[in-house]
Ligand binder design. Structure first.
Ligand code: PGA
Length: 313
């Protein structure tokens, strides 16, 4: 046979899958009758298949043994080969389903508002690589993201403070330093070091209730025994930045919300002792639910690009 691929398989092409399946069942179950029953075939059908198989392969598959027949060594070998081929085929089916699953689909992600400064860059390569997968990204504050996780609205969530009451796998993948910002021309900006206590006469601007950033500010003040009541609450990081720039007060925000050089935004990071407050960004997902193929693929993609391992629990 010219151009046969792979070479040396001429004999294989003469066998059929139904014949091979009957051979495998007969060897494994120890008889034609049992094989026929297991395969829902008539016994003569199986016998004919085995005879045709032996003839087309030019092999003796069964030999007399006591009052019946027993498989030869080569029949045992062939049965094992059929099992190996079936396993390989199963792999093919899984891979084929995977290919299909990534061609179109949907991936729901929830992310806290502060991540909007870096999440698009993180999702970019995956989004470009799988254009058939629709990504629904819900951007809300921390409490709203927790509520979504409770309801199971999304497969993945990105946040700084994963809730403890849900069975979540959590993967810390990025540092989240929180800094104290003031208007660029603020009198305290020229100081080399400041204590938190030096700032308490300044109006403190905080995020809205339900914001994780706001919760960290309260935590830090409580931990350090500083009393500093917020003067104003604003609903977004950008609103806070505008208000600070306008001289309405100072605030603690994630460094990710600021430009590489905050001076270009009319802001300055104050050198406060104990700052930046070190937190992390986590990717989380519910451990009690199976992740879809798009979600697993995104995690693999991030794992490879960010070089971090998932730490469950
Ligand atoms: P948020 O995010 O302040 O935008 O709610 C922080 C968090 O993850 O808790």
């Amino acid at each position: 046979m010219r151009d046969a691929f792979p070479p040396g398989l001429e004999r294989a092409w003469r066998a059929s899958w139904p014949q091979l399946r009957s051979l495998e069942a007969t060897v494994r179950l120890g008889g034609v009758g049992r094989a026929a029953q297991a395969l829902h075939l008539a016994q003569p059908t199986v016998s004919t298949q085995l005879k045709e198989l032996a003839a087309s392969l030019g092999l003796v598959l069964f030999e007399p043994h006591g009052r019946g027949l027993a498989p030869t060594a080569v029949a045992e070998l062939l049965a094992q080969t059929v099992r190996d081929m079936a396993a390989r085929w199963q792999q093919f089916e899984e891979d084929a389903a995977a290919l299909q699953g990534l061609r179109r689909g949907r991936l729901r992600i929830a992310a806290v508002t502060t991540t909007e400064y870096f999440l698009p860059d993180l999702l970019g390569p995956f989004a470009r690589g799988y254009p058939g997968i629709r990504i629904d990204l819900a951007v809300e504050n921390r409490d709203a993201v927790v509520a979504r996780l409770e309801r199971g609205d999304d497969e993945l969530a990105v946040m700084m403070r994963p809730p403890a009451h849900l069975p979540l796998a959590r993967w810390p993948f990025l540092d989240n330093p929180l800094v104290m910002i003031a208007p660029a021309d603020h009198a305290l900006a020229s100081r080399r070091r400041l204590r938190l206590q030096d700032l308490t006469d300044e109006p403190l601007l905080v995020r809205e209730k339900g914001s994780g950033t706001r919760a960290v500010v309260s935590e830090v003040l409580a931990e350090r025994g500083v009393t500093w009541a917020p003067r104003m609450a604003l609903g977004s990081n950008e609103a806070i930045k505008h208000a600070v720039r306008a001289g309405l007060g100072v605030a603690v925000l994630s460094r990710h919300t600021l430009a590489a050089d905050p001076a270009t935004e009319g802001l300055v990071v104050l050198p406060v002792t104990g700052f930046p407050v070190r937190r992390q960004w986590f990717l989380v997902w519910r451990q009690d639910r199976a992740l879809s193929l798009p979600a697993r693929t995104l995690l693999d993609d991030l794992r490879q690009r960010l070089g971090v391992r998932v730490r469950p629990g």
